[in-house]
Write a protein that binds this ligand. Structure first.
Ligand code: S3P
Length: 440
């Protein structure tokens, strides 16, 4: 735990109303820095997420000699150095809490012909990295890791990478993206096949930067040796951040909230599909396409929710939203069953166990299983002290639980909310949550 314990105190009750634009999409913000840095020309980004995770990526590329102006009010200007213009950094690149930075950069840097070390915080240093280092080694990369295949990752210069045809054992956009980014530096073709659809921002953005990607069914392929051309990027609001308010407004009686400019990529909209199956009242307004990504405004009004069996095909499409979906399940009438979600155990925390422990503190019957959870909803939600284990999404999920709780919820270890959602407490308060920050 960090030496200073940032706590949230969430008082019971309240309802959500008004109009809100949550911060920019984290996945797209990371990729805008990575691709903009390697492009020829100047890339201008608006709506950039000024959270610790995407800032870690930004700093890492600055440390490799890229001039990046901003962020200022979400605007970032990247002076691209071209595919081979990165410079060897003078120290290890510290990627903080960010799994996306580490896994994508591992691929992007493997074929650069430079020695570089990637490090992260305690949580990131526990997360599995073999899922990227093993296929990269098959491409000819040389990457040393700590025992167990975890960070720090020491990447050594190699002369060349070879293209790879890879069937991913897990549905992971980070692994897919890592290999496609490495494939730009490999001889011949690199193809990645996924067992289930995962977020496709890398494929879309590569194409936006003028790099051909062939997509057929579950496979994405590209050929090494191409170039990226700078472009402008308008980052939509992050549906993963909007998710807290979709659930909050659904469970807090009398709520009526408008979430603006939310990214609605079909590989990310599982949270809306799942909430609708539970009976949520979510209206999609003003659907449009912005810079190659679907965007819409979402109006959500409170509605009685019912427990469901969550369809397994929705799991990768809602992979980051389960902590707050478990809060929805706790407020829904009847049983909610999640299966096929073992990946949740290797996120920023073990999200199945940490959520089950927190729900138990609040008096909710939540039984963890190896690959999911069974939650009996509709009972009383009490107050109490829960530990987020430094996981941003757990902290924000329990903040929403307070809307239906009978007592205060004190949430420990909340500093990492800044990784994905700076000013969360201000925005949540403005919308109607009774939450405050305290440094214990
Ligand atoms: C991300 C992919 C997902 C997600 C993470 C961001 C990305 O991870 O959980 O927050 O930007 O590619 P996996 O692909 O490992 O499931």
């Amino acid at each position: 735990m960090a030496s200073s314990n940032v706590q949230f105190v969430a008082r019971p009750g309240g309802q959500l109303s008004g109009t809100l634009r949550v911060p920019g999409d984290k996945s797209i913000s990371h990729r805008s820095i990575m691709l903009g840095s390697l492009a020829e020309g100047v890339t201008r980004v608006s709506g950039f997420l000024e959270g610790e995770d995407s800032l870690a990526t930004l700093r890492a590329f600055r440390d490799m000699g890229v001039q990046i102006d901003g962020p200022l009010d979400g605007n970032v200007t990247i002076h691209g150095v071209g595919m081979h213009g990165l410079k060897t950094p003078s120290a290890p690149l510290d990627l903080g809490n960010s799994g996306t930075s580490m896994r994508l950069m591992c691929g992007l840097l493997a074929g650069q012909g430079m020695d570089v070390t990637l490090v992260g915080d305690a949580s990131l240093s526990r997360r599995p990295m073999k899922r990227v280092t093993e296929p990269l080694a098959r491409m000819g990369a040389k990457i040393d890791s700590a025992e167990g295949g975890t960070a720090p990752l020491q990447i050594s210069a190699v002369n060349a990478l070879n293209g790879l045809h890879y069937d991913m054992p897990v549905a992971s956009a980070q692994v897919k993206s890592c290999l496609l980014l490495a494939g730009m530096y490999a001889q011949g073709e690199t193809c990645v096949t996924e067992p289930a659809p995962t977020r496709d921002h890398t494929e879309r953005m590569l194409q936006g930067f003028g790099y051909a990607v062939q997509r057929q069914g579950s496979q994405a392929c590209l050929t090494g040796g191409g170039k990226l051309q700078a472009c402008d990027i308008d980052v939509p609001a992050d549906i993963s951040s909007a998710a807290f308010f979709l659930v909050g407004a659904s469970i807090a009686e009398g709520s009526d909230l408008l979430l603006e400019h939310v990214g609605m990529n079909p590989t990310r909209d599982g949270v809306i599909n799942i909430l609708r199956l539970m009976g949520a009242d979510i209206e999609v307004l003003n659907a449009r396409v912005v810079g190659g990504e679907p965007v819409a405004d979402l109006r959500v009004r409170s509605a009685p929710l019912k427990g469901i069996r969550i369809p397994q095909d929705q799991v990768p499409l809602a992979i980051d939203e389960f902590p707050v979906l478990f809060i929805a399940a706790a407020c829904a009438q009847g049983e909610t069953v999640l299966t096929g979600a073992e990946e949740l155990r290797v996120k920023e925390s073990d999200r199945i166990q940490v959520m089950a422990d927190g729900l138990a503190v609040l008096g909710v019957d939540a039984r963890p299983t190896p690959d999911g959870i069974v939650i009996q909803g509709g009972g009383r939600i009490g107050g109490g002290r829960v530990d987020s284990h430094g996981d941003h999404r757990i902290a924000m999920a329990f903040t929403m639980a307070a809307l239906r709780a009978s007592g205060d919820i004190l949430i420990d270890d909340c500093a990492n909310v800044n990784t994905s959602f700076p000013r969360f407490v201000d925005l949540a308060s403005a919308a109607g949550c009774r939450v405050a920050l305290q440094d214990a």
